[in-house]
Design a binder for this molecule. Structure first.
Ligand SMILES: [Zn+2]
Length: 246
């Protein structure tokens, strides 16, 4: 028997009365859990399976197959359900988790994901900030760090915000002006993107609670860069937040 706090990310119908839950926890990674009779209206679990949900779960494991034996709700994220923008961002986060396959049980990606959801819950008007902060930190945790202040080829540090910086669509990394001359598929990184990236890279979630609300179009270039990186290092089918919104 395994007792674990974790997130129920998705619930889908299974067989006649069952549900298949996508359960994400730091000690288990992302797993599928069978919840027997969850769709039976007489079942006391019937209404408590609505994702996203932070819950204490008791699981029975047999041959890497998990079955839910008990559940206690801890946080039902009402804000994430009610706000349209938060729901879009949540959907985009699920895409990220899906295509980047958090296969290994790992505490840090889980904590990052949980604090992202809690942040969006607290400040739905800044949902996009939390999404991009998550993506940048998640890439770092998975070993695909992209430091926007350092050229990947010559390691020149660009600390001055006025100096132009580039992003290579071929290598999915940042370049100084000199190294960018040798590349064909490059885009110039705007100051706006540079400063958002730096902010996402170095800020704690509570810093975004007071962030002034920025409308989605401000994030378009940033979204494109992240999308190119994730598609290259994880999966071509990854869909970014901007691609979901459009
Ligand atoms: Zn360089």
């Amino acid at each position: 028997m395994i007792n674990e706090n974790g997130l129920i990310l998705k619930a889908s119908s299974y067989k006649e009365k069952d549900k298949l839950l996508t359960f994400y926890a730091s000690s288990l990674g992302k797993i599928q859990v069978l919840c027997k009779a969850a769709r039976d209206p007489m079942n006391h679990w019937a209404s408590s399976m609505d994702p996203p949900l932070l819950a204490w779960c008791s699981l029975l494991e047999r041959n890497h197959f998990f079955q839910l034996t008990d559940i206690r709700e801890m946080n039902v994220f009402p804000g994430l359900r009610e706000h349209y923008r938060s729901r879009l961002v949540y959907h985009a986060l699920l895409q990220a988790i899906h295509y980047t396959e958090v296969a290994e049980p790992a505490e840090e990606p889980f904590r990052l994901f949980l604090e992202t959801l809690l942040g969006i819950e607290k400040a739905p008007e800044n949902a996009e900030w939390f999404y991009y902060r998550f993506m940048i930190h998640f890439l770092n945790l998975q070993g695909f760090q992209r430091d926007i202040t350092t050229c990947i080829q010559c390691h020149t540090v660009i600390s001055d915000d006025r100096e132009p910086f580039y992003f290579s669509l071929d290598t999915a990394s940042f370049l100084c002006p000199e190294c960018a001359k040798k590349e064909l598929n490059i885009v110039q990184v705007s100051q706006n993107v540079g400063s958002i990236w730096k902010k996402c890279q170095h800020s704690a979630p509570q810093d975004f609670l007071k962030e002034k609300a920025v409308f989605f179009h401000n994030f378009k270039d940033l979204d494109r860069i992240i999308s190119v990186i994730v598609k290259q290092v994880f999966h071509q089918d990854f869909v970014s937040l901007a691609e979901i919104v459009l």
